[in-house]
Design a protein around this ligand. Structure first.
Ligand code: PLP
Length: 421
């Protein structure tokens, strides 16, 4: 459920008409709902009630500091995958002991920054990385808390680009080698092994792959404990999918996911961490765009809109579907038209939707791309020298620009010309 609903035919973000925001900031832009972000965070938090736990928002899904602060004030930790994300989380006021550091290639500099600023744990992805963390920690005279990410070799049954838990994927260490790698970690001076980490992929729409992975983690916990490791924290990753269409079967709910965690891992007495990104932010954000032209092709009509693949790359990159709705609803009963909805970028890949049936639209009309709050703004680029689009956060009847649109001068002046020119 989200807080983007129609009132008398006009789309609202909480208590703010979306058209009012468009008039104030111009199009295209992203708009997020605080109430939706918080609702989704709380669903996870409540699903794990009764277990010692921390919900760490995977901020790669949506990393604006205003979003981080909204969630952090409700008690969320953060899952970061780079130095930039770590520093952003800190800048948003998240304490180091609520930040976990994931990612396959942490550099010495990144490790040093996190160890100096405070970190809850590193989720280690390889033996060379383990050695690097130990080295930097020893150098700083500290001990780094770590989990090791195991690759459980389960099929997440999701899009190939976001499946991470099969043995052919680059992530984690093979679970079959876990005992050996844990023994190696325990022998390194700068590390304290505290737990196990697993993350099998994103946009999972069934519980079964999670169940397979978590059963393997449960078994491994017992084996490692017998080997003498004090396994007391399990980081179970993110990945629970969201409904991108109204028509599809809905993915499992956080409460069902929480019940699965309790069933598979509850008996171990470990602290549980989860790292949801998409489910918290995805349906908490829209991209709003304006129709520039309606163009008649040979056999179809194109809606050419002012948003493009550089602003929202998911359709081009993952063949992703976004529901697209008018900001002002048409008169009920009006005959629908069928459109290919495209951006202005010079690539055929800049196509958001094909053959979409919608009430007729004309130049100047506003449309909303649903479910754009996760992996939307964060993946935007300035391809075609299109400035990054602004982000807006709504809170009840208030809204604020949380990242402004750069001017063309700002964008252009980031280039520097060498003196030989
Ligand atoms: C991407 C990622 C997540 C978040 O995945 P969602 O599908 O957005 O919930 C969590 N943990 C790790 C390690 C990730 O790479």
């Amino acid at each position: 459920m989200d807080h983007f609903l129609y009132r008398d035919g006009a789309l609202f973000a909480e208590d703010v008409p979306v058209a009012d925001i468009a008039a104030a900031v111009g199009t295209p832009f992203y708009v997020y709902s605080s109430a939706t972000l918080l609702r989704h965070f709380r669903l996870f938090d409540e699903a794990l009630e009764g277990m010692d736990h921390l919900v760490c928002f995977a901020m790669k899904a949506a990393s604006n500091q205003a979003i981080l602060k909204t969630l952090a004030q409700a008690g969320a930790g953060m899952d970061v995958v780079s130095q930039g994300e770590y520093l952003r989380a800190k800048a948003a006021g998240v304490p180091g002991d609520k930040i976990v550091f994931s990612g396959v290639g942490k550099t010495h500099e990144e490790i040093r920054t996190a160890l100096s600023g405070g970190i809850r744990q590193f989720n280690v992805e390889s033996e060379p990385e383990m050695a690097a963390i130990s080295e930097v920690a020893t150098d700083l005279g500290v001990v780094a808390p770590i989990t090791i990410r195991v690759n459980p070799d389960v099929d997440a049954k999701t899009h190939a680009k976001i499946a991470t838990g099969k043995s052919e994927n680059k992530f984690g260490i093979p679970i079959s080698r876990a005992r050996e790698v844990y023994a190696h970690a325990a022998a390194l001076p700068g590390l304290e092994v505290i737990g196990i980490d697993v993350h099998i992929g994103s946009q999972l729409t069934e519980l079964e792959p999670f169940e397979k992975a978590y059963l393997k983690v449960a078994e491994l916990t017992e084996v490692l404990r017998e080997d003498g490791h004090n396994i007391r924290r399990l980081d179970l990753g993110g990945g629970l999918g969201i409904p991108y269409t109204r028509s599809n079967d809905a993915p499992p709910l956080p409460v069902e996911y929480g019940a699965l965690i309790k069933k598979t891992l509850g008996h171990l007495g470990c602290e549980i961490e989860i790292e949801p990104g998409r489910l918290i932010a995805g349906n908490a954000g829209l991209m709003i765009s304006k129709v520039i032209y309606v163009k008649s092709g040979e056999d179809r009509e194109f809606l050419i809109v002012d948003g493009a693949m550089n602003d929202l790359i998911r359709p081009a990159m993952y063949e992703a579907h976004h529901d697209i709705d008018p900001v002002i609803e048409a008169t009920p009963g009006i005959e629908k038209s069928t459109y290919d909805i495209v951006g202005p970028v010079c690539e055929t890949g800049d196509t958001f939707a094909k053959g979409r049936s919608m009430a007729p639209l004309k130049a100047g009309d506003l449309i909303a791309f649903r479910s754009a709050g996760a992996y939307g703004a964060v993946m935007a680029s300035e391809y075609n020298s299109r400035p990054l689009i602004p982000e807006v956060l709504v809170h009840g009847d208030q809204f604020a620009v949380i990242r402004s649109r750069p001017t063309f001068e700002e964008m252009i002046n980031r280039d520097t010309i060498p003196e030989w020119l």
